[in-house]
Structure formats: C-alpha cells, structure tokens
Design a protein around this ligand. Structure first.
Ligand code: GLN
Length: 287
C-alpha cells in the first residue's frame, strides 16, 4: 500500500525521467479521485486503494506511450465547462476560448438590442465553441455542422450535458446550412488550418483526427471554400469569426481582400501575441 504522496512523487519522477510533463501525475489523480486541486493536500497521507492504484498506473502507461492525457481522461474543460473528448474530435485548445470570448464581445458591441441572434459553428468537432456560446448567451439560436458523424455524436452529448439547445447538421462545411436555407447574423468556424507538410508534435499528429487538423498545402483550403460559399447563408448585416494559424496573417489578408473587397476585417492576437483570430464585418461599421 502506498500513500497519495508516494504515488504522486513516484509518478512525477517517472514522468520526468522520460521527458514528459510531470503535471500529468496530479492532473490524472484529481480526475480519478474526482477532487479539485485545492483538495489534494488534505489527502496526501491517505492510502491509495488497490483499484485506484491500478487505474492510475494504466492511465500513466498510456500517457507514457504518447496518448494525450485529455483522451485518457475522456474530458477536457473549455470555458468553464466539461466536454467529452475522444479520438473523433479535436481536443479544445485554450486559444479557442479566446475566440469564444471575442465573439461574446462582438455580440455586446453589435447585437446589444437584438432579441434573437442566429449563429452557426461550422466544423464543430466536440461542440466546444457552439455549446459555450449558447450557454453564455441565451439570445443565440445556434446551428452546428460537421462532416464527421462520429464528431457530431460527441458534440450532441456535450450539448445535452450542458443543457444547450443546438441544431446539429451533418455535411461538408456550409453545405447543410445552404440546403436548409438558414441565414445567420454570426458565422463562426475553427476549420482545420495546419498545412499538410508542416511538422507538428507527434502527440497531436498521431492521436488527433487529421480531418480536424490539416487544411491543404498552405492551411487555407477550408477558408477559401467557406469564403467562396458563405454569402448564401449570411444576413444583410453579419459578422464572420474564425480561428487561424499563427503564421497565416499575410496569406489570410490576401484571401480576405480577394473574396470580400468591401468588408472591413481585423486579425486579433491571442494571449501569446500570436495572430490567431479573424473577424470580418459585412455591412457593419467596425467599432
Ligand atoms: N490549434 C490546433 C493545433 O495547433 C489546430 C486546430 C485547427 O487546425 N483548427 O494543434
């Protein structure tokens, strides 16, 4: 038998020796014990029972083999809520919380006196963006699409678990919305944007769905596809909000000017100072 302290120390050492993130020992323990970080110190001298120790070791060995801890836990927190994650969906990223935050600011700035705001999230994956927005802003009516049936199943569960009413549609990018004749005030997407040839960490490349990661030779394939067809689903006044790759600013500006020569737009930086979000304004004067 071992105490919690011993188990965590021993695992941190093992993680460190293998060049892995030592935080994972505690993160995984909190998850299994269903405890908040501030509760851990109270139980440091408790003995770990056998089934707990076995589950703990099993997870750590999966992590040491390279599997992301979020998939091992099966859940990731995003914008203060828990989302189920699995190999069918991208793990929600911190940067994407910033996209959600900026969309909420835009709603305050431009739709303050609107009772119902129609919004779509294209390529919803786990549903993290759509669900967070709906929970934060009840005036939103939300549609979310994905090409992957399996991703949509996960997104639907996440919406149910968070009591978010969202209409999910399966199909390629904006296609299902066009077919259903839907028009939105706000268009949102975090499409796959990594250039196919780009070297990325193996923890991402070997485990997360490539359909959610790679966006053609320059990463902009899906943006062009969206820019080319999105007009059909926009209301007269609308905002388009995208996540984008940190090194795509110049190329992105060219594409936006090409497809929307008359619409003002801006590229916003994330907390790390990296170009990360694109906002385009249709018939709305930018504040
Ligand atoms: N931000 C993700 C990554 O760097 C990529 C997400 C995407 O392509 N939309 O792994």
């Amino acid at each position: 038998m071992m105490t919690v302290r011993e188990l965590i120390r021993q695992t941190e050492k093992q993680l460190e020796e293998q060049g892995k993130d030592i935080q994972v020992a505690k993160v995984w323990f909190y998850h299994l014990a269903n405890k908040e970080p501030h509760e851990l110190y109270l139980m440091m001298d408790e003995e770990v029972d056998e089934s707990m120790a076995t589950s703990f070791q099993d997870g750590i060995s999966e992590y040491l083999k390279g599997r992301p801890i979020q998939y091992i836990k099966g859940v990731e927190n995003f914008f203060g809520r828990d989302f189920i994650v699995n190999q069918d969906v991208l793990i929600p990223r911190y940067e994407t919380e910033e996209l959600v935050e900026h969309i909420l600011y835009a709603i305050d700035d431009y739709f303050d006196d609107t009772d119902q705001i129609d919004l779509c999230d294209v390529g919803t994956g786990s549903g993290a963006i759509a669900v967070s927005l709906k929970c934060e802003e009840p005036r939103l009516k939300v549609w979310a699409t994905d090409i992957s049936e399996k991703a949509l199943e996960t997104a639907k569960t996440n919406a149910q678990n968070n009591d978010a009413k969202i209409t999910f549609m399966q199909g390629d990018m904006v296609q299902p919305l066009i077919e259903a004749g839907i028009k939105v005030d706000i268009f949102v997407s975090n499409p796959p944007y990594i250039p196919v040839q780009q070297e990325i960490e193996s923890v991402v490349k070997d485990h997360e769905p490539h359909v959610a990661l790679f966006g053609g030779h320059d990463g902009l394939y899906f943006y062009r596809q969206i820019f080319n067809s999105v007009e059909a689903i926009l209301k007269d006044k609308a905002i388009l909000a995208f996540e984008m790759g940190y090194d795509q600013k110049e190329d992105m500006e060219k594409e936006v000017k090409h497809y929307f020569p008359d619409y003002p737009f801006e590229i916003l930086k994330d907390i790390n100072g990296k170009d990360r979000m694109l906002f385009i304004y249709k018939n709305i004067s930018k504040k």
